[in-house]
Design a protein around this ligand. Sequence first.
Ligand SMILES: Nc1ncnc2c1ncn2[C@@H]1O[C@H](COP(=O)(O)OP(=O)(O)OP(=O)(O)O)[C@@H](O)[C@H]1O
Length: 259
Amino acid sequence: MTGAAPLLDVRDVARRYGGVTAIANVNMTVQAGEITGVIGPNGAGKTTLFNVISGFTPPSEGQVFWKGKPIVRLSTHRIARLGIGRTFQNLRVFPNMTVFDNVSVGALGHIGFPAWRALVPGVGQSRAQAIIRKTWEALDTVGLADRAGELAANLSYGRRRYLEIARALATAPELLILDEPAAGLNDSETAELAGLIRSLNAGGATILLVEHDMALVMGVCRRVVVLAAGRKIADGSPAEVQEDATVRQAYLGASDDGA
Ligand SMILES: Nc1ncnc2c1ncn2[C@@H]1O[C@H](COP(=O)(O)OP(=O)(O)OP(=O)(O)O)[C@@H](O)[C@H]1O
């Protein structure tokens, strides 16, 4: 643990859906510059935690601080603009739009482009240029620049995962939240993804990663938080959590943990 103030600080967060407690008493921090993993058996509450952090779900209890400021109850849009970008477990690619347009949607949401601005000479133009620049940068980072003009429907499943990452990158996130980015990828694609995650991190992005692929998590994360049945049961280095008896039990006890 470093003594520096965390970039993200999740405090005593709970989220209930009627009688179902998806997560409870969850505390965790993310330090700037780190790659932090969140693992846990199916239904452990990982996606719910990500949804709370990114504003897609309000917590029933608790607070989330971004650079020391509370962010719960801010809109997803505001949270994205503060610097938290995310991908989704289920791909949200628009198949009938080009690769470029799929990504520019992310840049547009971040930079903003109210319609009236397009009518003001100079103003509209500079915004449009910023959107185009951010879009190309993001496509370049994930290696999809040469396919910018193709329909997203033409991309393989693995490349669509990269497209989703590019869209999140186009919002210029300081914290990039990746929700099961390796789902559906084969071994070589997953190894390539590990390289991309490391290079994004080397380029300055702080990363929060939910994954079932243990080799990926243990290979790229410096810290791993383990959830089981909505509670945090471990938080430490990959070696520490792998040796943790409670973690082993949680996985052994899970009928289908996918790990
Ligand atoms: N909108 C919702 N309404 C009701 N229950 C929900 C809702 N979202 C999540 N839950 C429940 O909360 C619990 C945690 O779900 P969540 O999807 O966060 O787990 P997870 O760890 O991401 O699972 P997986 O690895 O299968 O994606 C589950 O019991 C789930 O059924």
